[in-house]
Ligand binder design. Structure first.
Ligand code: GLA
Length: 389
């Protein structure tokens, strides 16, 4: 579904729910990370692109001291009382994301007047494509329209990250909120998470496609794996005597191996290798060296699977099938993308071969796992936008 169609649907749902036209419509995309996984909270590099899947919010003033948010995904209505200090709701509630963003605006003394809103999303929920960041950034973009205050994009991304930390209880890095805010059509974004310097890498060769395969599984049951990985990285940096793993080299790690617990050693080996791989893969994509970019993607996956241990059998199955299809069948590289433990894999595929790859991958994945995958291609999309007024 195009962004235009999704926006029209959101507007017409707004009319149905509230009996008047929306005054504002804002949208923010999900993302897929091409390479640079679990590096953002280690001051490293990431290389994500925004995808043509969006969260859209339509809203109009309600002349009340409160905000009503209606989720079109059947997740009900959330009411926010602007007359009281905001606080996080129950763990797991979707309304924590917009509430955290609203709290971030209020903390900056940007207080919106009351409004009603309807939220729609084409980003698969919980599929590792940053549905939550797209909801946060869409909320922030809507609030900019509602209040007339324009935040610096970096500040806006950081505000949304803080909402995720404080309201959703997820100690994420900066990648997802940055790409949803700063993504540019036809470009992949190389982000240095330490300096926050960005470099836009064009991806305009129409003979090449980015294919996303949703395994349709999610194994992260307790939510503790991500914070545990973060702590292991901090422990590794401490043992190596560096401020963060960005400052470590493979050589330093090997020399200091005796000082590190075995698991912490492997976590660090992934992060150090992945930080080195990411700018090289970005350079390969810039010059259209698909074979080299693809090799880096497979290396990233193996490292996430064996050293970082955030893959799962379903993601490994997708990657193994993709590798077996190989360049002769139009597949240059494939890896898990996002936090892991299920969710999606991303593949670099020849456009001509997409249909055949989708058929083979879909059939073999389902035969191996008993689960039907969801697959789609996306060009790099534009970051957050105000569609109305
Ligand atoms: C999640 C987090 C990101 C990043 C990835 C792993 O998507 O939100 O900040 O750490 O995992 O690369």
């Amino acid at each position: 579904m195009s962004l235009q169609t999704l926006a029209q649907q959101t507007a017409s749902d707004f009319v149905k729910a509230f009996g008047r036209e929306p005054s504002w419509i804002a949208a923010a995309p999900g993302r897929v990370n091409i390479i640079g996984e679990h590096t953002d909270y280690n001051d490293g590099f990431v290389f994500p692109m925004a995808i043509e899947r969006y969260t859209v919010i339509a809203a109009a003033p309600n002349n009340l001291p409160g905000i009503t948010l209606r989720s079109a995904a059947g997740q009900g209505v959330a009411a926010i009382d602007l007359g009281r200090p905001l606080k996080p709701g129950p763990r797991g509630a979707w309304s924590n994301y917009p509430a955290g963003v609203i709290a971030g605006f209020i903390a900056r003394n940007i207080v919106p007047a009351g409004f009603d809103a309807v939220i729609h999303s084409s980003v698969p929920l919980g599929g590792g494509l940053s549905s939550s960041a797209s909801l946060e950034v869409a909320t922030a973009t809507l609030l900019e329209a509602v209040t007339g205050a324009k935040l610096d994009p970096v500040e806006k991304a950081l505000l949304c990250q803080k909402a995720e930390h404080d309201y959703a209880g997820m100690p994420c890095g900066i990648m997802d909120q940055f790409i949803s805010t700063l993504g540019q059509k036809d470009h992949v974004l190389l982000l240095d998470c330490r300096s926050r310097r960005t470099e836009l890498v064009p991806f305009t060769d129409s003979t090449m496609a980015i294919l996303i395969t949703n395994t349709n599984v999610k194994h992260e049951l307790t939510g503790s794996e991500y914070p545990t990985r973060r702590r292991q990285c901090e422990a590794a940096a401490l043992a190596l005597g560096v401020p963060s793993l960005r400052d470590a080299t493979g050589e330093l790690l090997e020399r200091s191996r005796g000082k590190l617990d075995e698991v912490v050693y492997r976590r660090a080996r992934h992060v150090i290798g992945e930080i080195a791989r990411t700018p090289l893969a970005a350079a390969a994509i810039r010059r259209g060296d698909w074979a080299e970019a693809g090799t880096a993607m497979y290396a990233s996956h193996a490292s996430l699977r064996d050293d970082y241990e955030v893959s799962c059998s379903e993601l490994d199955t997708v990657v193994d099938i993709a590798r077996a299809i190989g360049p002769s069948g139009g597949v240059f590289g494939c890896r898990m993308t996002g936090g892991g433990f299920g969710g999606c894999a991303v593949a670099l595929v020849k456009t001509d071969s997409v249909d055949a790859v989708v058929a083979t991958l879909g059939r073999q994945y389902e035969a191996a796992t008993g689960i039907a995958p969801t697959m789609f291609v996306s060009r790099p999309a534009q970051g957050a936008t105000v569609l109305k007024p």
